[in-house]
Design a protein around this ligand. Structure first.
Ligand code: GFB
Length: 441
């Protein structure tokens, strides 16, 4: 039997058995006449396939952005190598993040990607759609969407104990207490589907997984039209730091209004503008070319990560006084007078830093009520990141993914890398600057 017909038969059987009343599930491929008990095939079979994903709840905004790049590269490869289906990535709404604690700015759940990113830019890399668009176009019964399968990725604890890692992809028992899905009927699981109560799944399987995202291709059986990978942070980058990685990363332009707010601040408070700073960029990221000639505004930008880093990573985080000493030295060397501070620090710590640096101009972005209410904590974080990414010199916080995303943006804009891969030293005896993840064009 030809492969396509075999796949079609599987699909037909699966969908008719599952009892879907939606005609999209019971149709035929081009030129094939099929009749079955429950459904009469009459129109072209849809080749659309949807990949959905979710991430471990405690993970922060900037690690989640990295997970997107992993999934985007995965989908890109599927489109290139597995062209019989039309693969689409559904963007998981943002929300309920541990660090997003601001009060009185409305709800911070179910936020669409378009609030933070330019979705049309993402689409120039792979087909993506917001969850609300997916929910409009995916077949539903009585307003309820039933996804075909959820794979819950879990680590192989043994590999973590022994430190010996090798690729693994095995259906396994679910780790106790870690699975957020519950069987409530035949072919019906409820769970935490991005907070939507009208989404369920036909099946949930736990997958002990070690390896890169492309290892998940084998779990995409043709009968599954919608596949969710939960704990997608467990799958590693296929080509970390490669051209593919950077192309996907370059497609992550921000919402245009966030650039406008950041640019207004640069102009008014930091005397910084693209023409004089040599940071002009084409509107279309695909037209961008590699360079190392960006100059940046005449300010030093600092990402000063505090709060949970003071506890979890106290060794690599300096005291405010010590941070001020390090900054002074650098400002003198660079002959700069202005510092832009992006921070999650309490205001007292920021004031303390200002006190130690009285001879310098120190500024931070203070959002208006409009910006707070519209763009919320995620948008304000991005504005801080944009302003840091246009500075003459950047100093970040060791191992903060917030810092990493700024470094990537600076690589894309085209700064000499010695102005980017710098960090504040903490209390460690040896303060290494960490890896330089330079862009590949
Ligand atoms: O983004 P993120 O994962 O970076 O988490 P790390 C830090 C969050 O704190 C950001 C806020 O998403 C912001 O909401 N934040 C931190 C800031 N720095 C700034 C800043 O300069 N400006 C603004 N506006 N907001 C990881 C966490 O944080 O650190 C993990 O994701 C864990 O859950 C680990 O806590 C220790 O990589 O810095």
């Amino acid at each position: 039997m030809p492969r396509n017909l075999f796949i079609f038969c599987l699909l037909l059987i699966a969908n008719c058995i599952s009892g879907s009343e939606d005609s999209e599930f019971c149709v035929k491929p081009d030129g094939v006449e099929v009749e079955s008990k429950k459904c009469l095939a009459t129109s072209n079979f849809s080749k659309k396939r949807y990949i959905l994903y979710d991430v471990n709840p405690p993970e922060g905004f900037n690690l989640r952005r990295d997970v997107y790049v992993r999934v985007a590269v995965f989908v890109k490869k599927l489109l290139e190598e597995n062209g019989e289906f039309d693969w689409n990535l559904v963007l998981p709404p943002w929300g309920n993040l541990y660090h997003w604690r601001s009060k009185n700015i409305g709800s911070q759940v179910g936020l669409p990607w378009g609030l933070f990113f330019d979705v049309s830019s993402l689409r120039k890399y792979i087909p993506v759609l917001e969850m609300y668009d997916f929910m409009k176009e995916y077949p539903s019964i009585g307003g309820e969407i039933s996804l075909d399968i959820v794979y819950v990725l879990q680590n192989d604890e043994e590999m973590f104990k022994t430190g010996k890692f090798k690729d693994k992809n095995e259906i396994a028992d679910c780790a106790k207490g870690k699975v957020r899905y519950e069987k409530i009927g035949k072919n019906k699981f409820t769970g935490n589907f991005w907070g939507y109560l009208n989404i369920t799944a036909r099946d949930v399987k736990c997958l002990t997984f070690q390896g890169t995202t492309s290892g998940l291709t084998k779990n995409l059986q043709p009968i599954f039209r919608s596949v969710v990978f939960d704990h997608m942070e467990i799958a590693l980058h296929d080509f970390y730091g490669s051209k593919d990685y950077w192309t996907a990363r370059r497609s992550m332009r921000y919402n245009q209004e966030l650039y406008e707010i950041a640019n207004e601040f640069r102009k008014n408070k930091l005397n910084s503008a693209d023409l004089s700073d040599k940071t002009e960029r084409p509107t279309d990221w695909k037209k961008e070319k590699g360079r190392r000639s960006a100059l940046g505004g005449s300010y030093l930008a600092l990402h000063l990560r505090r709060r949970d880093f003071l506890i979890g990573r106290s060794e690599s985080v300096p005291t405010i006084e010590n941070a001020a000493l390090q900054l002074k030295k650098k400002l003198e060397e660079l002959k700069l007078k202005t510092i832009f501070v992006a921070t999650d620090a309490e205001n007292e710590e920021y004031e303390e830093l200002k006190k130690y640096l009285e001879d310098y101009i120190i500024t931070k972005f203070i959002p208006s009520e409009y910006v707070r209410n519209k763009f919320k904590d995620g948008g304000i974080a991005i504005i801080d990141q944009i302003i840091c990414s246009y500075a003459r010199y950047f100093i970040g916080t060791h191992e903060s993914t917030f810092t990493f995303r700024i470094q990537e943006d600076r690589e894309i804009i085209g700064f000499p890398s010695n102005t980017t891969f710098n960090r504040l030293c903490g209390k460690e005896k040896k303060c290494s600057q960490g890896g330089k993840w330079e862009i590949v064009w």
